[in-house]
Write a protein that binds this ligand. Structure first.
Ligand code: ACO
Length: 323
């Protein structure tokens, strides 16, 4: 696989840590020191499809190809606009990618990595040739804005890449999931309601709508699993830690990123960070960062990159790519 274009889009509205301290009992000092986040972009009405469409059009423009040339759209999102139609189809309509097959995929913050792996498998099989891989989220729709333990952490946004087949480029991935630990990060529950269901049961499910997180458990999981799966993917690719130009990690918490750098003995210059501007944008964080690096010209001389993420499910993964 080769990435021939990148794009991203975030809502215009910026919410600072000080803004949040006006609605919940928190402070810029607490949020900055515990997470590194300074502000986040929050939708004032744009949906995941709207943000994903703009990111996709930017990526197509960057690749220099027309929407009609796309034959598959994979959207990674835990905050789709609706169950029907799927949000990838909504993006198809808005972008004019009329020749594409479209589907959504959800693996929370690992979603973009899983979507990229799926795209790679399709390209390798020859089933599709030009694939738009998008991570788009309006996490703000699942946030309980009175819960200071979660509302300070997340932001909205979208990133996209255009991927084409290229057998000369090495692509290796490792992934994993642990459904037994799924309860440490939950949200988005929908109501099961019909004439056969006891009405008491619906209350339980409705209560599950807002995101809830056991932050310390997620933290412990991330700081052990991310370096572990990066080592695994490097072994599988027959590469050393130093062979990698950039480690593009899911942007959740700067303390997690520093811990990964330390455990892998990687200089932090090789691990770009932009979470201070966006917070955790879930499946959008890796493609937004990729787009920023690409547009800053930093990928021009890069030969090898590793992408790695973790998230609800629990899910995790690391991918090695030759550029
Ligand atoms: N402002 C002020 N105080 C707060 C806030 C806040 N926003 N949130 C919690 N606190 C308080 C707590 O109530 C607690 O108070 P207490 O000591 O009086 O009980 C105190 O701060 C410490 O809370 P901890 O939870 O122990 O804080 P911790 O240092 O663990 O940091 C954090 C919390 C930032 C959430 C950290 O655990 C973390 O980053 N975890 C990983 C989260 C993550 O990466 N999530 C993304 C998952 S990806 C996906 O799929 C969506």
């Amino acid at each position: 696989m080769r990435i021939i274009g990148t794009g991203s889009c975030t809502p215009l509205k910026i919410v600072t840590n000080d803004d949040l301290s006006n609605i919940v009992d928190t402070s810029d000092e607490w949020i900055s020191t515990r997470t590194g986040i300074k502000c986040r972009h929050i939708s004032e009405g744009e949906t995941s499809a709207d943000l994903g469409t703009k990111a996709a059009l930017n990526a197509l423009d960057n690749a220099g190809i027309k929407p009609e040339a796309v034959d598959l759209i994979i959207l990674a999102s835990m905050t789709p606009d609706s169950m029907l139609p799927n949000t990838a189809c909504r993006i198809q309509e808005k972008t004019g990618a009329v020749n594409a097959t479209c589907f959504d995929l959800n693996a929370a913050c690992s979603g973009f990595l899983f979507a990229l792996n799926t795209a790679n498998a399709f390209l390798t099989s020859g089933m599709y040739n030009t694939i738009l891989v998008i991570g788009a989220e309006t996490v703000s729709r699942t946030i309980d804005w009175s819960d200071r333990t979660t509302c300070v952490l997340f932001g909205d946004g979208a990133g996209a890449v255009v991927a084409v087949s290229d057998n000369s480029k090495k692509y290796t991935a490792v992934t994993g999931s642990d459904g037994i630990k799924g309860s440490v990060l939950t949200g988005g529950g929908t109501v099961l309601k019909n004439f056969l269901v006891n009405s008491d049961a619906t209350n339980l499910i409705a209560d599950d709508y807002y995101m809830k997180m056991n932050g310390q458990e997620v933290f412990k999981f991330a700081v052990s699993k991310v370096p572990e799966c990066i080592r695994q993917v490097l072994d599988k690719s027959e590469k050393n830690v130093d062979d990698i130009d950039y480690y593009i990690l899911h942007q959740a918490n700067v303390r997690i990123i520093s811990s990964v750098a330390k455990r892998l003995h990687v200089c932090e210059d090789k691990i770009p960070v932009n979470l201070h501007n966006y917070g955790n944008t879930s499946a959008a964080s890796i493609p937004i960062l990729l787009d920023e690096l690409n547009r800053a010209g930093k990928l021009k001389d890069a030969k090898n990159i590793v992408l790695s993420g973790f998230g609800g499910g629990l899910t995790w993964g690391a991918t090695f790519m030759e550029l």
